[in-house]
Design a protein. Structure first.
Length: 115
């Protein structure tokens, strides 16, 4: 849920009244995901790249592709795997985009076509 007293600009969160920086890099895509904060920031930034509007998806340590919806649905498992560096199939390590592949990409958890 978004806080009505804040706004996002260039991936940073600011106070509406003062413009004061509250959190830096809170809403941006990370190509490589190594920390829980990078995972959460990438989810907040959404499933489309800017600029370009390309659809994005997550890649796990075992090479699986996961949609944003599947990562959100299984957030606790994904977050725990990122924090503990556990190679259990849920550890997200990167984000890729539809512009990087010639073949359709399907989510390995839900089976839905991502792009």
């Amino acid at each position: 849920m978004k806080n009505p007293n804040t706004y996002e600009h260039a991936g940073n969160i600011h106070a509406k009244q003062t413009g004061e920086l509250i959190r830096q890099d809170a809403c941006k895509h990370y190509r490589n995901i190594e920390t829980a904060n990078q995972l959460k920031s990438s989810i907040r930034a959404g499933e489309y790249a800017w600029p370009g509007g390309y659809q994005l998806f997550f890649i796990t340590s075992d090479g699986a592709s996961l949609s944003f919806a599947s990562v959100k649905e299984n957030f606790c498992a994904v977050l725990d795997s990122v924090k503990t560096q556990c190679a259990d199939g849920w550890r997200v390590i990167a984000i890729a985009g539809e512009h990087e592949t010639d073949e359709p990409v399907f989510c390995d958890h839900s089976g839905e076509q991502i792009c």
